[in-house]
Design a protein around this ligand. Structure first.
Ligand code: CS2
Length: 489
């Protein structure tokens, strides 16, 4: 079967939308670090719409910071890929032309720095996942002892980290007399712009105070909130699309119809007319980000660990069980009390819409996918609302059940005894703390003592500890299904 490419795009069925602009005339205005499925379904869809509107400055140079997988899928397709949106009532198929080229950073770091230093580049977006920023999850401080960070702090000729690449490129731009680009973190980190800026400035300072001052004064690192559910593509998705297209698309991505992007109004150079493209530009992203992290992502993590322990594969299957849906509502009741919702966010409507998004049966979003990297996700999703409630003298129950489920997940077995891999940069640490412990109380204490995850004040809070011990004891004795059933009745 032929691949999707410039030479086969003309043969696609008429129901498939294809680029209407002249791809050859597109400029490389955006470099994206971490070109996975989320970027291709989210920010790329917005830049694609900019091209469709006639503003051809916003073609994307994508880079993978680790493996060659995406490059090997996309370059043979001339960067073309299909965005499949699914809502249960049918699919819509759109071929995207916005990605011009994909680089693999470790193969040729100099080339990526060169691209970033191109005068046509005005925006750099990043989806490198929480762990890609090389920050302590609890405090947000740069992990200076990490070997890759240490490398970038001493030598920038071939950077290894995302912030290191930005520093190398900003330094090159300064030497060339070019302005900096606007660097937009699109990961689910709290204050993602500020955290990225701090990581960049820390590495820059290791090389030159003048460079760091230039970046601080002239650069821009807006905060963002990004939202779209984008499950990993499966071989069955690719085979199904092949039947529809008549060609093979190994770079396809699937997503829900919903897309939200809120960006702080802080740019140091040109940008597309984001407002016209449906992006919210605002003075303050924090309330949006907090609502999304604590409501959507917090519930997602609870669903992932409790559902995963109960042996349930997909998010829509978890929320179809009434007791689990009641647990999600209870978690939202607790989290909602910690929010200062932005004007324009109707929290009741938001909750109803979120539940409908989780229930979308066509997405096939795996609980395992969300369970990854829990150590990096817990602080902003579950521990921050827990701390906020405790500061107000409120108790925690559903939020603590979600954290207890994460604790049990670290043991590497679900309730039926089936083994799973704990896919997490701190997996070796959690495993070593749990080694030889079978008593839930001892397990809770062992994990609470990891200060990269749990702030000391929270770990020392008897109310929190008591709820965790109670829930972990029940999960160990009765399993997640029975625990959630008992919790919600
Ligand atoms: C999910 C997110 O995998 C996860 O941790 O919670 O990827 C989630 O689907 C997105 O943030 C939705 O915008």
């Amino acid at each position: 079967m032929d691949r999707l490419s410039t030479s086969t795009i003309g043969s696609l069925p008429e129901s498939v939308t294809v680029p209407s602009y002249d791809r050859a005339a597109v400029k490389p205005g955006v470099v994206h670090l971490g070109i996975g499925a989320f970027h291709r379904a989210h920010q790329a869809a917005v830049f694609e719409a900019a091209l469709e509107s006639g503003d051809l400055r916003w073609g994307i140079t994508g880079a993978s910071l680790r493996s060659a997988g995406v490059r090997d899928e996309m370059n043979p397709q001339d960067g073309l890929y299909t965005l499949v949106t699914r809502d249960g009532s049918g699919d819509s198929l759109k071929v995207m032309g916005v990605v011009r080229e994909v680089l693999v950073a470790p193969e040729n770091p100099e080339r990526l720095v060169e691209r970033l230093a191109d005068p046509d580049v005005h925006i750099v977006t990043l989806t490198v996942t929480e762990k890609g920023y090389k920050l302590d999850p609890a405090t947000g401080a740069l992990l200076v002892d990490d070997p890759d960070v240490a490398h970038d702090c001493s030598d920038l000729s071939a950077p290894k980290t995302a912030p290191g690449f930005l520093v190398a490129a900003l330094s090159a731009r300064r030497d060339l007399g070019l302005p900096p680009f606007t660097a937009i973190s699109c990961d689910n980190l709290p204050h993602n712009g500020r955290r990225l800026e701090q990581a960049v400035l820390a590495i820059a300072r290791a090389h030159s105070d003048a460079l760091a001052a230039w970046i601080e004064q002239k650069g821009a690192f807006p905060e963002t909130m990004v939202d779209r559910i984008v499950p990993a593509t499966t071989p069955a998705d690719i085979a199904g699309l092949e039947e529809r297209l008549g060609v093979t698309d190994r770079a396809m991505v699937k997503a829900e119809p919903f897309l939200q992007w809120v960006i702080e109004d802080r740019f140091c150079g040109p940008r597309p007319d984001f407002e016209a493209l449906g992006v919210q530009i605002t003075a303050s992203v924090a309330p949006w980000e907090e609502a999304k992290l604590r409501m959507l992502n917090g519930a997602h993590s609870g669903i992932a660990y409790l559902g995963g322990l109960a042996g349930i594969d997909f998010v829509h299957e978890v929320v179809a069980i009434p007791a689990f849906a009641r647990f999600v509502e209870a978690l939202w009741d607790e989290a909602e009390a910690t929010l200062s919702p932005p004007p324009g966010l109707d929290v009741a409507g938001y909750r109803t819409a979120l539940m409908a998004r989780f229930a979308n049966p066509a997405l096939q979003h795996r609980t395992r996918q969300i369970a990854m990297d829990g150590s990096q996700k817990l602080p902003q999703r579950l521990l921050a609302p827990i701390a906020a409630r405790r500061a107000k003298g409120l108790d925690v129950d559903a939020l603590a059940l979600a954290v207890a489920a994460w604790m049990r997940w670290q043991g590497g077995r679900d309730d039926a005894g089936n083994a799973h891999v704990v896919d997490d940069p701190l997996a070796a640490l959690t495993a070593s703390r749990l080694q030889g412990l079978s008593d839930p109380e001892a397990q809770v204490d062992a994990l609470l003592s990891i200060d990269a995850i749990f702030p000391p004040a929270l770990a020392a809070d008897d109310g929190v500890r008591g709820a965790l011990v109670r829930h972990l004891t029940s999960l160990a004795a009765h399993g997640a299904g029975a625990t959630v059933e008992a919790f919600s009745t």
